[in-house]
Design a protein around this ligand. Structure first.
Ligand SMILES: Cc1cc2nc3c(=O)[nH]c(=O)nc-3n(C[C@H](O)[C@H](O)[C@H](O)COP(=O)(O)OP(=O)(O)OC[C@H]3O[C@@H](n4cnc5c(N)ncnc54)[C@H](O)[C@@H]3O)c2cc1C
Length: 498
């Protein structure tokens, strides 16, 4: 086993890890050794082809289809230089104050989080897209929500020179989206932080971790030779995401008992809904996500514009056969809405380890979440019809299509009865919790600065820190929390033994 030694090791390079790497650049400039160990590859620019199946294989764990244990939900999260920020859509919202109040983490103040969120918004070039860049799919949603009196807002997004390829979730082929692969990691590397790709951290021990480097047949080769490594570090920051950070800590021999580790996972369970227009609309080209409707957040759901790719869309429609094929053939007429449920943080929703040490996610849908997912389909159907759709497909629909002439009977036609788990395609791209912050070591894993309770050299800095879900798109909040963790590491590193 090859031995290496650093002052700080960061595991993962996504929203959390990438931010910590950049914020530790001052340490690297002072001559301290900082490394990011990232499981995924750094793709060459020419490898961003925008082709759905190919990019999903290269940029996501299990091609974006990690299943929960009972197979009722698929989880999408990235594995790459830049983590999920390579495939995120780039909508950039800070955490609302009432949500932070519900989080109730002693020592985590709104003003502090807001200041750090604004820093992330500035770094990532977050702005509202100009009117002429909005496509029909987005305009129709906005106009329909206004017509219905639903509160609707434009998403600030983080692009630079967006050419509207529409494939944000397959990695931007025009390098326009500002993920950590474009902003934070290059800045960190310029200051001397080493980013080691194709490097999976297996386990953490007392001030050290073990890792394996193996190059896949794509992307740039790792800066380390393939093989097994033992890496000593004065501080270790775990930022592998809400599934892999708890899994890594569960695999590790830690000097403390952490009863909350892996628990309280939340996911914003989501459905992709479609309506069909008489004539083609612009949907595939242009930034896919320009508006959101938070009118129903107190009823437990959010609606956002979206436009997915043929395979993902086909998988998300329920049923099969002639009607399914007919709808897919009319993709150029499709209007699309993503609905996200606000799910409660339950101890039983958690990451555990399979025999091979890899994570398995146990997730139980509450009645409240299922009711919200059904109610969200009714709201989406109203929006589609108000936008002029001739028919709508809803997973909780009594029939495959609901026609415009039936628009007055939406409540009767979209119900819980046909909405059966395992028969409908529920997915999540917002994984949160598993190493939640808090004051009480019985119910949380870290303190309000991301330090693991009772382990002064071990930190967590990613979406797993969330004590409950964020009720909005999470990445800005992850960056803000990671910024806090990095500050704590900078302040404490001198006290930690070499
Ligand atoms: C398709 C999609 C669209 C999204 N759109 C938006 C959006 O528009 N707005 C928004 O706010 N959020 C969005 N999100 C969510 C957002 O991207 C994530 O919440 C955020 O990136 C999570 O940050 P993280 O640091 O927790 O983990 P990640 O960004 O997932 O990074 C974790 C990294 O750690 C690496 N890793 C894991 N385990 C190990 C290990 N053992 N050793 C080494 N490396 C490891 C992984 O390979 C990965 O690269 C989207 C997500 C997806 C999947």
């Amino acid at each position: 086993m090859v031995e290496r030694s650093y002052d700080v090791v960061i595991v993962g390079s996504g929203a959390g890890g990438g931010t910590v790497a950049k914020e530790l650049a001052p340490l690297a400039r002072q001559g301290l050794r900082v490394a990011v160990l990232e499981w995924g590859a750094k793709l060459r620019e020419s490898e961003y082809t925008g082709r759905e199946v190919e990019m999903a294989d290269k940029l996501y764990f299990d091609s974006g289809g990690v299943l929960t244990r009972d197979r009722t939900m698929t989880l999408a999260f990235g594995r790459a230089y830049g983590g999920s920020t390579v495939v995120y859509t780039g909508t950039s919202l800070p955490l609302p104050e009432p949500v932070l109040a519900r989080w109730n983490v002693p020592g985590l103040e709104f003003a502090d989080l807001r200041r750090r969120s604004e820093k992330a918004l500035g770094e990532n070039n977050v702005h509202l897209l100009e009117d002429d860049k909005l496509n029909d799919n987005n305009r129709l949603f906005n106009a329909a929500c206004r017509r219905l009196g639903y509160r609707v807002q434009q998403f600030p997004i983080n692009v630079k020179g967006c050419r509207g390829a529409g494939v944000c979730n397959l990695g931007c082929p025009n390098a326009a989206k500002q993920g950590t692969n474009r902003v934070q990691l290059p800045a960190a590397e310029a200051a001397g932080v080493e980013v080691v790709t194709n490097c999976k951290v297996e386990a953490i021990g007392e001030r050290e971790c073990t890792a394996t480097v193996a190059n896949p047949p794509y992307g740039e080769p790792s800066r380390w030779e393939p093989g097994r490594y033992r890496i000593r570090a004065r501080a270790i920051v775990v930022a592998g995401g809400a599934v892999n950070s708890p899994a890594l800590l569960l695999r590790s021999r830690l000097p403390v008992r952490l009863p909350a580790l892996g628990r309280y996972l939340t996911a914003h369970p989501a459905l992709i809904l479609v309506g069909e227009h008489e004539k083609p609309i612009t949907n595939y080209f242009g930034h896919p996500k320009s508006y959101y409707c938070d009118h129903f957040v107190d009823e437990g759901f959010l609606l956002e514009t979206c436009m997915y790719f043929p395979f993902t869309t086909a998988k998300n429609l329920i049923g099969f056969g002639a009607e399914h094929a007919e709808l897919m053939r009319r993709m150029d007429r499709m209007q699309m809405i993503l609905v996200l449920a606000v799910d409660p943080a339950l101890a039983e929703n958690r990451v555990v380890l399979a025999r091979d040490g890899e994570p398995v996610v146990d997730y139980r849908f509450t009645d409240g979440v299922l009711d919200a997912l059904v109610a969200s389909q009714r709201a989406a159907a109203r929006i589609f019809f108000a936008a002029g759709c001739r028919r709508v497909h809803a997973p909780a629909g009594a029939t495959f299509f609901i026609g415009a002439s039936q628009a007055g009977r939406i409540d009767e036609l979209i119900t819980r009865a046909p909405f059966r788990l395992g028969k409908v395609s529920i997915s999540s791209a917002h994984l949160m919790g598993g190493c939640r912050m808090g004051a009480d070591a019985a119910e949380s894993v870290t303190d309000a600065w991301g330090q693991v309770h009772g382990v002064p050299w071990l930190f967590v800095a990613d979406g797993s820190l969330f004590p409950r879900c964020s009720e909005i798109n999470p990445y800005v909040t992850i960056m803000a929390l990671a910024d806090r963790v990095a500050e704590r590491v900078r302040d404490r590193i001198a006290e930690l033994p070499a």
